[in-house]
Ligand binder design. Structure first.
Ligand code: C5P
Length: 227
């Protein structure tokens, strides 16, 4: 059976990664969470004091890029590949609200995007990949056989993300999560380099009222039609 490339883009917390992962598992494809890569670069910048609430040293970040090495590792014990930053598993450190607050400003930097996009394209060379993010169907894989653009209302997305963070033991308020989602949406859609936008040939799925099973079956059918 021929393998295809599947690009899933959309706003923050639309559930892209859940569907992308289910689909990849079902098809025996590689799943790549491109947001994890931007988050790992952000974690590096936080650890090195390059970004904080008070300052952001863009030039230092650009100079440090050659020292940042990202890799995904998959082990049977985990249900998802973990991201490693310079040899260390940082999967548990990149999902908190602090990283979420700094990640979108970091993702506006052209040099950061160029580095990560090159690595993402390398990972997709042999097809058989499901990648989710903001620019996958527009920039990373403009020739992907299947492009999905996922959306849901900001309130619905905030609710889902809030529950996820609570389950991970974070002490947060729903309004902080909603504010972060709205700020990231704004930065992601208005940045100069590869803003989040729907590819012309993308299929839009608004999942505000859909359960996970419905979303999975919809996307699976779209993939099967193209394989
Ligand atoms: O997907 P996730 O919400 O984890 O992504 C975190 C942030 O990384 C996004 O808000 C966006 O700023 C950035 N990102 C991006 N391009 C991608 C994936 C993520 O700019 N392909």
């Amino acid at each position: 059976m021929q393998k295809i490339t599947i690009a899933i883009d959309g706003y923050s917390s639309t559930g892209k990664s859940t569907v992308a992962k289910q689909l990849a598992d079902h098809l025996g494809y590689v799943y790549v969470d491109s947001g994890a890569m931007y988050r790992a670069v952000t974690l590096y910048a936080m650890q090195k004091g390059i970004i904080s609430k008070k300052h952001f040293d863009v030039e230092k970040l650009k100079k440090s890029l050659s020292e940042i090495h990202l890799k995904f590792h998959k082990e049977a014990a985990w249900n998802k590949a973990h991201i490693f930053l310079n040899g260390k598993d940082v999967e548990d450190k990149i999902r908190n609200l602090e990283v979420s607050e700094f990640v979108s400003p970091i993702a506006t930097i052209h040099e950061v995007r160029a580095k990560l996009v090159a690595q993402q394209q390398q990972m997709g060379l042999e097809k058989g990949v499901v990648m989710d993010g903001r620019d996958i169907g527009t920039v990373v894989f403009p020739r992907a056989e299947l492009k999905i653009f996922m959306n849901a209302s900001a309130e619905e997305r905030a609710q889902r993300r809030y529950k996820e963070l609570l389950a991970r033991g974070e002490k947060i308020h729903l309004d902080e999560v909603l504010k972060n989602i709205q700020e990231r949406d704004h930065i992601d859609t208005t940045r100069a380099d590869s803003p989040l936008l729907q590819a012309k040939d993308a299929i839009v799925i608004d999942n505000s009222e859909m359960n996970l099973q419905d979303q999975f079956h919809t996307v699976l059918q779209l993939a099967k039609d193209r394989i």
